[in-house]
Design a protein around this ligand. Sequence first.
Ligand SMILES: *Cc1c(COP(=O)(O)O)cnc(C)c1O
Length: 413
Amino acid sequence: MDQLNTDLVFLRNKLRKVSINEKLGYLKQEKGFSTRSIHAGQDPKQWKSGAIIPPIFTSVIYEQTVPRNMSDFFYSRINNPTRSVLQECLASIEGSKYALTFASGIAAITAVITTLSSGDGIICSKHFYSGTLDSMLIAEKMGFDVQYIDFTDLKQVEAAMKPNTRLVWTESCMNPTLSVIDIKSVATIVHKKSKNTIVLVDNTFLTPYYLRPLELGADIALYSLTKYFGGHSDVIGGSISCNDDKIYEMLKKSQFQTGTMAQPFESYLIIRSVKTLSIRLEKHAENSYAVAKWLEAHPKIGKVNHPALKSHPGHEIAIKQSYGHSGIFSFYLKEDNFEKTKKFFASLKMIPICTSLGGVETTVAFPREMSHHMYNDEEVYKMGVTYNLIRISIGIEDVEDIINDLEQALDLI
Ligand SMILES: *Cc1c(COP(=O)(O)O)cnc(C)c1O
């Protein structure tokens, strides 16, 4: 028996593949994430049929035994059984007490903003995802006091805090140069000044598999589920996770008052996709690191902005606070020459040019003409968005095929 146990331990250790992220010095991933992503909230006993896969409940209304004797479920905008399964699963993988899901990442952002009152202060950054910046413009129009700072300079966080600051909004990893934000320091600085100011982290680029903002002192983790959670570029959704009862109550109320909740079919698609989140992200990470290393050594490439590379200014913070990096990064062609960049994009055969990220397919984007088209040259150059900056979302194809496509396009410029 003892021999058998020893053999099993030996076998398990032998089979255990050390992930690329562990090799690169990131935090060691705890056990249980994959299991929870498959089972949490999905005990078959909760349905009469014993279905292993959560049913899609399309019913908007639910029977009340006597008038106003309402269970959790009475109207689908408030609660829906399929949405509840997804929310329970997302809370479980985040390690949070609560999760709420929305029609889109932007719907989640709207729900958060509408918990504030006009005159309340929001601290955020010009480097955010462009849709978030659009939401901030609406917030300004509604009378919020919105300040824009650079979160890589922690002194600016402290200096921006005002008595009316209710919300400090950051991203764990930021467009377009993949700057890494020191979440623990931001949360510490904010909470030292004001316990009631909410620290929110848009963690879409990393997901809870690679970073868990609440572990680092943030109050809310926010996601566009459209990206890695959905993972197949076929569903739009958003979510927030939190531990605090009051914050949850406030957001839950906002979810049904604004009608921004996720629909049952979309919830089901995301439940299905979350089951493979960890395995997809491992492959995204392996492929993206391999492509980043390959690009870094290529004579026609300038700087590569990938947090797992030692050359990235955020590398030390990244390996200290996260469990790995996903498939998203950016790089500069050696020459800042618009014509050559256009030729490069036009020469790609397999990799399509499009917005968004986090799908199983590799995609490329041109920040200067796409996410940052509204700025003038002087403004974008300050942000590092030049005519040779390319953003890439590495998929889970065979990495040789991704490299081959990039190589043949680089050969032509
Ligand atoms: C895509 C994205 C959003 C918005 O999400 P949608 O699902 O498109 O509404 C918000 N933040 C980040 C970082 C994103 O990449």
